[in-house]
Design a protein around this ligand. Structure first.
Ligand SMILES: Nc1ncnc2c1ncn2[C@@H]1O[C@H](COP(=O)(O)OP(=O)(O)OP(=O)(O)O)[C@@H](O)[C@H]1O
Length: 264
């Protein structure tokens, strides 16, 4: 797909009369690139991600995702759309007592009929594919281990394998490294970047680590209080510009300054 797979036009999300999650957001996400969303806690990063696949709907404005008008799509159309979009989260959302391989197989549930209660109830082709995806994320040797016995970084790689088995056209990642140590964080972000290049996958990823965003993304969108305050190719952004997303507010708010320092 050559045109932008995701486009927001004048999108506002009013949660309550006084709380606005997104404020007149107009932004396009480029195909086959990694775009990082930066911004303080509460700036609207998760809200934006949840609007891409219709988990939340805008109060006003238009969202086109893979050709679907999210703001007016039926629930059925949204379910179909979500099958084309992988989503990974800060807390991995794996089923702890299940094996690593079975967790990856669950990524196929949307395309299989009927419940799957054990690993062997998945078609052999699905189990083979799950093993291939685990191999890609470097965890084939852990396939039969309980998921909750893996480290956080390994669990996030399993969650990535589970998203990839869906063959997504877009991968959404909501603070995927917020629970990880710096080494595991770098490994996970590097992996997401490599997979995006190999699969021509459009990635939209929220992060709190400015340096990781500068090192591994193609594009950065900065949010502040629900508004887009930066929207540029990463190689045109100086570190100070990225930090500015945080520090412009910090001048007026010491607590914000502390959070900005943590985020770096
Ligand atoms: N379901 C909801 N109901 C009411 N307000 C909400 C809801 N979800 C988010 N908000 C508010 O919308 C704003 C944006 O929240 P959001 O979770 O998108 O921020 P964020 O940038 O992802 O923060 P963080 O980095 O902490 O995850 C915040 O003021 C938040 O309190």
């Amino acid at each position: 797909m050559n045109t932008a797979p995701v486009t927001f036009t004048g999108v506002t999300k009013q949660f309550t009369p006084t709380v606005r999650g997104l404020d007149d957001v107009t932004v396009s996400f480029a195909p086959n690139k990694v775009t990082v969303l930066l911004g303080l806690s509460g700036s609207g990063k998760s809200t934006l991600l949840r609007h891409v696949n219709g988990l939340q709907r805008p109060t006003s404005g238009a969202i086109q995702t893979l050709g679907v008008g999210v703001e007016r799509a039926s629930e059925r159309e949204l379910r179909q759309l979500r099958r084309r979009i992988g989503f990974i989260f800060q807390h991995f959302h794996l089923v702890g007592p299940m094996s690593v391989l079975e967790n990856v197989c669950t990524g196929k549930l949307g395309t299989l009929n009927g419940p799957r209660l054990t690993l062997m109830s998945y078609p052999k082709a699905v189990r083979r594919e799950a093993m291939e995806q685990l191999d890609r994320v470097g965890l084939a040797d852990r396939a039969y281990q309980r998921a909750d016995t893996l480290s956080g970084g390994q669990q996030q790689r399993v969650a990535i394998a589970r998203a990839l088995i869906q063959k997504p056209e877009i991968l959404l990642a909501d603070e995927p490294v917020a629970s990880l140590d710096p080494v595991s964080s770098t490994q996970v972000i590097e992996l997401i970047g490599r997979i995006s290049r190999e699969e021509n996958l459009t990635v939209i990823c929220s992060l709190h680590q400015v340096q990781l965003a500068l090192d591994f993304s193609d594009h950065i969108v900065g949010l502040r209080q629900g508004k887009v305050v930066l929207d540029r190719a990463t190689d045109t952004i100086a570190r100070e510009d990225a930090l500015n997303i945080y520090s412009a507010m910090a001048a007026a708010d010491e607590d914000t300054a502390e959070k900005a320092a943590e985020a770096v």
